[in-house]
Design a protein around this ligand. Structure first.
Ligand code: PMP
Length: 406
C-alpha cells in the first residue's frame, strides 16, 4: 500500500474545476471534505441499480440492501477497532452521536450533584447537549482549562476528576486550534475515577488511524462527510456493556422487538438506537468510503498532512502582521490565524477571489474565541489531497490581503 497525494487528488472530480477563473484550492476540510470517484459511483449504483429499504423486505433487492447495509457496520467496527459490529450505531453525524449519548446515557444516569467535565476547546456539539442534560438532571458542567498555547491543562484535569465526575467529554483533535489531545491518557484517568469517557472524533477520524479499544474510550463519535464520505451519516461507537444499559432515545419503527399498547419491548443495541428508515444510501456510500480509506497507507497520509501543516505554519509566520492562534506542541489538520489589518471574513473574501476556500468565523467554538480574546479566526484545514501548491496559493492570497488592507 502506498500514498501519493497527487494521484489521490485526481480521484476527486470537483478538485479539478476552476473557481472564479482560478484553480480551485480547497482548505476548508475541517468543515467537510470532498468525495472521491468510488464514493460517488457507489451512491449512483445503489440508487440506479440496487435501491431498496432495509430490514423489512423479504424480496431480493431488500435482502441484498440489508446485507450491504449490515456489512458496512462490520467494516465500520473494523475501521474504529470496535470489538463487535453491535457496538456501532449509525447516526446522522457527530452531533447526533453526542446528543444520543447525552440524552440516553446522561438522561438516565446523571443526577443532582454529579459533574460532567468537558474541555475548554470543545465544539458546540460537545457542549450544548451536555448543558441540556445538566439542566434536566441537576448535574453540573465543569470545564478543563487550556493553556495559552491551546493545550489542555492535565494537572488541573486530574484535580477536577473527583468522585462526582460521571462523564468526561473531550475532542480528540480541535477543529478551531488543531490541538491533538492526549485522549488515551484522558480516557484512562476518567476510567480510573469511575467516569464514562466520550471522545469527539469528528476531526480525529479523518486524520488519524483510530482504535477505540487502544484509546480506551467508552464512546467515540465521527462524521462520514468529514472523511470523504456522504453527508447525513456518522458513527457512534459505544462499549457494548454501556449500550445495553441505555434506553432508546427515539421511538419508532425498527427499534423494537414487539409493540403492544400495554408494553413495548425494545430491540437490542444497535437497532434500539436506530428508529425509522435509516440513511440507507449514505450508509452504502460510507461503506465505499471505508474501502477507500483502507486503500492507501494512512500512516503515510498522516505524515503528508503533518508536513503540509508544518510548511503552512512556517510560511504563515513570515506573513506580516499574522498571528497563529493555537500553538500546541502536537497539532494536526488545521491552523487558525488572525491578521492585524484585516478581519477574518475579509481574509476569507480576498482568498476566495483567488480561488482559495478558507474558513472564517468562530468555527462553532465560541468559548475558544473568548479564551484567546478574538471574535473569530481564519482557518486553513487540510486533507489527503492538498499539496504544497495549495499552501503557496494560500500564502499568496494572504500577501494580497496585506496589500489591500495595510
Ligand atoms: N466536533 C468537532 C470537533 C467538529 O469539528 C464538528 C464539525 N465541525 C463537529 C463536532 C460536528 O460534526 P457534524 O456537524 O458533522 O455533526
Amino acid at each position: 500500500m502506498s500514498f501519493d497525494a497527487l494521484t489521490l487528488r485526481q480521484r476527486f472530480p470537483v478538485l479539478s474545476r476552476r473557481v472564479r477563473g482560478k484553480e480551485f484550492v480547497y482548505l476548508d476540510n475541517a468543515a467537510t471534505t470532498h468525495k472521491p470517484d468510488v464514493v460517488i459511483e457507489a451512491l449512483r449504483r445503489f440508487y440506479a441499480e440496487e435501491y431498496a429499504t432495509v430490514h423489512r423486505g423479504v424480496y431480493f433487492l431488500s435482502e441484498q440492501a440489508t446485507h450491504a447495509y449490515e456489512q458496512v457496520r462490520v467494516k465500520a467496527a473494523r475501521f474504529l477497532g470496535a470489538a463487535r459490529p453491535e457496538e456501532i450505531v449509525f447516526v446522522r453525524g457527530t452531533t447526533e452521536a453526542l446528543n444520543l449519548v447525552a440524552y440516553s446515557w446522561g438522561g438516565t444516569f446523571l443526577k443532582r450533584g454529579d459533574t460532567v467535565l468537558v474541555s475548554a476547546m470543545e465544539h458546540h456539539s460537545n457542549i450544548v447537549p451536555w448543558q441540556l442534560v445538566c439542566e434536566r438532571s441537576g448535574a453540573r458542567l465543569e470545564v478543563i482549562p487550556m493553556s495559552d498555547r491551546g493545550e489542555l491543562m492535565m494537572e488541573e484535569f486530574e484535580r477536577q476528576l473527583t468522585s462526582s465526575v460521571k462523564i468526561v467529554a473531550v475532542t480528540q483533535l480541535s477543529n478551531a486550534l488543531g490541538t491533538l489531545n492526549p485522549v488515551r491518557e484522558i480516557c484512562a484517568l476518567a476510567r480510573r475515577a469511575g467516569a464514562v469517557s466520550v471522545v469527539d472524533g469528528a476531526q480525529g477520524a479523518p486524520h488519524l488511524a483510530v482504535d477505540v479499544r487502544e484509546m480506551g474510550c467508552d464512546f467515540y463519535a465521527c462524521s462520514g462527510h468529514k472523511m470523504y464520505g456522504p453527508s447525513g451519516i456518522g458513527l457512534l461507537y459505544g462499549r457494548h456493556e454501556l449500550l445495553e444499559k441505555m434506553p432508546p432515545w427515539q421511538g419508532g419503527g425498527d427499534m423494537i422487538d414487539s409493540v403492544r399498547f400495554e408494553k413495548t419491548e425494545y430491540a437490542a443495541p444497535p437497532r434500539r438506537f436506530e428508529a425509522g428508515t435509516p440513511a440507507i444510501a449514505p450508509v452504502i456510500g460510507l461503506g465505499a468510503t471505508l474501502d477507500f480509506l483502507a486503500s492507501f497507507d494512512r500512516v503515510a497520509a498522516e505524515a503528508h498532512e503533518r508536513q503540509l501543516l508544518e510548511e503552512t505554519e512556517k510560511r504563515l509566520r513570515a506573513v506580516q502582521g499574522l498571528r497563529i492562534i493555537g500553538t500546541a506542541r502536537r497539532k494536526a489538520g488545521a491552523v487558525s490565524f488572525v491578521m492585524e489589518n484585516a478581519h477574518p471574513h475579509d481574509i476569507a473574501a480576498v482568498a476566495d477571489e483567488e480561488g482559495v476556500a478558507l474558513r472564517a468565523g468562530h468555527h462553532c467554538a465560541q468559548p475558544v474565541m473568548a479564551r484567546f480574546g478574538v471574535p473569530a479566526t481564519a482557518r486553513a484545514s487540510f486533507a489527503i489531497y492538498n499539496t504544497v501548491a495549495d499552501v503557496e496559493a494560500l500564502v499568496a492570497a494572504l500577501h494580497k490581503v496585506n496589500r489591500i488592507f495595510s
